[in-house]
Design a protein around this ligand. Structure first.
Ligand code: B1M
Length: 214
């Protein structure tokens, strides 16, 4: 059953079948299957294969966009189920966004959801977030953590720009910075003097909890 659901979610994304993906997502909810596994091992794996095909120029941007749409619409069905049974105690405030020039927001939104359902108050700035917006929001909200996502090698540098801007206004010492996204690594986090790198959404929750317990 589990394998079947994961296979069908993956295939729906691979076949650019938005309605089909949403139908299987509804089935996931009805049968009580773990929504996070469905997101990561079903939809996510499908999108990863689509990404590789795009890189190999076997498919083009319109197909990539429809596959992303299949994932996004299914996520809308699955995300409310992630929250079930979780505590509402606020562990800390987080500002999160995809950096400037980068419109990839699927992974960042999953991270934001997982932080929310695990007890963080999350302010999601969306995607293509200018450095100045991170700084302004930090002044307004006084977060414990700033999370940045980047999916393009060309936009990763914006993470360093945000950190430097926080230093300039004297806020760097007051917040922890977590970075993530496909091209980002622990080495990159160290290079730009972020506090941590997180590989995926659950890792980000663990890292955020650890940083705040220090
Ligand atoms: Co884009 N794209 N894309 N794309 N796209 C990639 C990233 C790419 C690797 C595809 C490829 O060529 N193989 C490639 C980047 C190459 C590079 O720089 N290394 C690429 C490119 C080139 C582009 C365009 C430039 C294409 C073009 O226009 N010619 C363009 C860029 C536009 C821009 O941003 N300015 C573009 C556009 C798009 C779409 C709009 C079609 C769509 C995005 C839709 C959307 O997000 N609303 C899209 C998609 C879907 C992808 C791929 C296929 C999938 C990304 C995704 O959503 N994955 C991607 C290939 C790939 O990554 N395999 C690709 C699923 C998601 C759950 O995973 O985002 O990695 P991910 O998030 C994970 C972890 O990374 C981590 O946790 C998440 C959950 O587990 N994580 C964090 C993410 N953020 C985190 C933050 C944290 C911690 C963990 O702390 C704060």
């Amino acid at each position: 059953m589990a394998e079947n659901v994961l296979k069908r979610l993956k295939e729906a994304v691979l076949n650019y079948d938005v309605e089909g993906a949403v139908a299987v997502a509804k089935e996931v909810i009805e049968t009580g299957f773990d929504p996070l596994i469905a997101i990561e091992q079903g939809l996510g794996e499908g999108l990863s294969i689509v990404g590789a095909k795009f890189e190999a120029e076997e498919i083009f941007l319109p197909e990539l966009m429809i596959a992303a749409q299949a994932m996004k619409e299914s996520l809308a069905t699955l995300e409310p189920a992630l929250a079930k049974g979780k505590s509402r105690k606020v562990l800390g405030k987080v500002i999160i966004g995809t950096v400037e020039g980068d419109i990839h927001d699927i992974g960042k939104s999953i991270v934001a959801t997982m932080l929310t359902v695990n007890g963080f108050e999350v302010h999601d700035l969306g995607c293509d977030t200018p450095t100045s917006k991170f700084v302004e929001k930090a002044k307004e909200v006084k977060p414990d953590i700033i999370g940045m996502s980047a999916l393009l090698t060309t936009t990763m540098v914006k993470m360093a720009e945000v950190i430097n801007a926080l230093k300039k206004v004297g806020l760097r010492g007051q917040v922890k910075v977590i970075v993530g996204g496909a091209p980002v690594s622990a080495a990159w986090a160290e290079e730009i003097e972020a506090d941590a790198y997180a590989e995926d959404a659950m890792a980000c929750v663990d890292v955020a909890k650890k940083l705040l317990s220090k």
